[in-house]
Design a protein around this ligand. Structure first.
Ligand code: CA
Length: 114
């Protein structure tokens, strides 16, 4: 029992470090309409056309936790199509200049722009 406690602490620390960023996105403001937590893998470009969520050019609210996500207007996560990035942040009503535009997303522990 004396050895158990340090093991529990160590394993909970390592699982926290290994935990991926999570993203929740919705079709309408205030997390309404069709939503998805169909998560992009870390540092993987996630094209919304490839999913069955019908959220391409539809996302109006989002929640990022455990890291950062970068949102793009076109497929392929190219810097020229960059809309905005969010670290551990949520927004119930994306501004009109970004609303219904997101077409690809890349998430990771910290944001990378490439
Ligand atoms: Ca778009």
């Amino acid at each position: 029992m004396q050895l158990l406690l340090p093991t529990i602490i160590l394993s909970s620390i390592s699982s926290a470090l290994a935990q991926s960023v999570s993203l929740y996105v919705c079709e309408h403001k205030d997390f309404g309409g069709t939503c998805s937590n169909n998560l992009p893998k870390d540092n993987h470009c996630y094209n919304l056309e490839e999913t069955n969520d019908f959220l391409d050019n539809q996302i109006s609210s989002y929640r990022v936790s455990g890291g950062c996500c970068v949102f793009y207007d076109q497929y392929g996560c190219n810097m020229r199509d960059h809309l905005f990035s969010a670290t551990n942040r949520q927004h119930g009503k994306i501004g009109s200049w970004h609303n219904d535009k997101i077409s690809s997303i890349k998430c990771d522990k910290i944001c990378r722009f490439d």
